[in-house]
Design a binder for this molecule. Structure first.
Ligand code: ADP
Ligand code: GLC
Length: 492
């Protein structure tokens, strides 16, 4: 069978627009698919910030189509550019009324959602459907439409009503974001009425965009084998576990990869002192630079903990904050945090930094540069997520010789091997894993990590073992290719 032609529909793609890991995936998986000779095009909304970004890197943009889309007051332009640093085409859905505004992709800079998100992503999905069906006047049509998260959930739902049509694949990056809207909003979208059904996209009295993907796509995937199991249980399934169990023969877990073009300490443009296992001592120089940048005491021997992420309940910043006073009392350690999100968590982190000057530092907002510098400068990476579909920072940490301490959940299970005596003997240990999402369990794992840090021989073993792990995208891209083939067979 010839390789599929894939329309990869996403609401983010690094380096054009990013709030989290979905952008990393959308900026790397299509490149890996292209390297496997798959013809893939990325579709994202033409956010103001994305267009500005394209301009700033002097990438060409051209109009390739103008579409009349249901419910849009003006014609929608389709723009084409290339993903910076690659030859993959990116198609931007340009509807100024929906996407030309200051702020983030889902809401204003200060937090919250845009009030018209349902309209914005319904329009985006309708454009994807038009392109998929060859109604955009392009000389290209996909054989597979690969949708990601709730923002493109309507695509499989709308396509399921068309024949012929391309096959559809839907990837769940995070089941906790479902795109839920009221009945009134559903009415205002002028969608087929029968989508409002418990067997369709209705969800406990609301309209659920994500259900469009879960119910109607030919194949479903999520971003780690462990999370694929977890979402079929009540604890992680948000009431969708029955549906996911029912679709179990169509659901697979494919682990995310790491884009080692971006995340590689040997040639990372953001870090002052590139290093690898041969000159690992240079990691120390990055640590000193990070300490200076963040206002931490300049001390090479004190273990430095790092944490990066969206400030949301999922990530467990509160667990670390709860464990911190006692850890700081009993251990010589430092902490550097980078986060953005919940103002209350931000305030707690600020208070911790004020209470422990020189030992705890936090920076807020989004900084790609600082994220890389923390990966390079920290000794230990903390990831106490309550749930984690895949998680990328622990994978990056492994490559940077920054030993991850993680909760036993989701993709963290599939990527970090706990340093038990057996694993150490077998030479497979790469980090520290704890079982309960509680401050006490986190503290006890961190205590184990700190004890290992005190033994240079042990630490070298762990860091080097981690740095040798290979989570490159190639293998996952091959798995997506076979998923696409399955979807095509299912849909035929
Ligand atoms: P999620 O997608 O749930 O946010 P992941 O671990 O999959 O979690 O991916 C998070 C990505 O976003 C990583 O590349 C991480 O470095 C980045 N990131 C998160 N918060 C920030 C921030 N405040 N500044 C810069 N990068 C961030
Ligand atoms: C989500 C998940 C994260 C995953 C990322 C990319 O945002 O929270 O675990 O790594 O998507 O798939």
């Amino acid at each position: 069978m010839s390789n599929p032609r894939v329309l990869f529909v996403s609401s983010e793609a690094h380096p054009l627009v990013k709030t989290g890991g979905l952008a990393d995936v959308a900026g790397a998986l299509p490149v890996a698919l292209k390297a496997l000779r798959c013809d893939v095009r990325i579709m994202i909304p033409a956010y103001k910030s994305a267009l500005a970004r394209i301009q700033s890197v002097m990438q060409d943009v051209k109009e390739i189509a103008v579409l009349d889309i249901e419910q849009a007051d003006a014609p929608v332009r389709l723009l084409e550019t290339r993903l910076p640093g690659s030859s993959v085409r990116v198609w931007l859905v340009d509807s100024p009324a929906h996407f030309d505004r200051d702020g983030g992709p889902y809401g204003p800079t200060g937090g919250g959602d845009w009030p018209d998100n349902a309209q914005r992503f319904a329009l985006f999905s309708r454009v994807a459907v038009a392109v998929a069906q060859g109604e955009a006047g392009l000389d290209w049509q996909p054989t597979v439409v690969h949708c990601n998260d709730w923002q493109s959930g309507l695509v499989p739902a709308l396509l399921s009503r068309r024949t012929p049509r391309p096959a559809t694949v839907f990837t769940i990056h995070n089941l906790s974001y479902q795109g839920l809207f009221s009945w009134e909003t559903f009415q205002s979208l002028a969608l087929p009425q029968d989508l409002w059904s418990m067997h369709g996209m209705e969800y406990f009295g609301n309209f659920s965009f994500i259900k469009g993907g879960l119910v109607y796509s030919d194949m479903l995937s999520t971003v780690s084998p462990q999370y694929a199991k977890e979402i079929t249980t009540p604890q992680f399934g948000y009431g969708l576990e029955e549906l996911l169990r029912h679709r179990g023969d169509r659901l697979v877990g494919i682990l995310n990869g790491a884009d080692y073009r971006q995340w590689n300490p040997t040639r990372d443009a953001y870090i002052p002192y590139p290093y690898n296992t041969y000159n690992f001592a240079d990691k120390q120089r990055n640590k000193t630079a990070l300490q200076a940048r963040m206002g931490l005491a300049q001390n090479a021997s004190v273990p430095l903990l790092g944490m990066i992420g969206r400030l949301v309940e999922q990530k467990g910043f509160d667990l670390l904050l709860d464990a911190l006073p006692e850890l700081l009392r009993t251990h010589d350690l430092q902490l550097a945090v980078l986060g953005s999100g919940d103002p209350a968590l931000e305030e707690r982190l600020r208070a911790a930094a004020r209470a422990h000057p020189g030992r705890v530092a936090a920076q807020f907002g989004y900084s790609e540069e600082l994220a890389h510098q923390i990966e390079a400068g920290a000794d230990i990476f903390v990831m106490p997520s309550r749930f984690e579909p895949c998680g990328l920072n622990q994978i990056y940490s492994l490559r940077y010789g920054t030993v991850p301490v993680v909760h036993r959940t989701g993709g963290l299970v599939n990527t970090v091997v706990d340093a038990t005596p057996e694993a150490l003997r077998a030479g497979v240990a790469t980090g520290f894993v704890f079982n309960e999402p509680s401050p006490a369990a986190l503290a006890s794992a961190l205590t184990r990590a700190l004890a290992s840090y005190a033994s240079p021989r042990m630490w070298k073993l762990l860091t080097f073992q981690g740095m040798q792990q290979d989570f490159s995208w190639r293998r996952s891209a091959q798995q997506y290719l076979s998923l696409y083939r399955q979807a095509i067979q299912t849909c035929a």
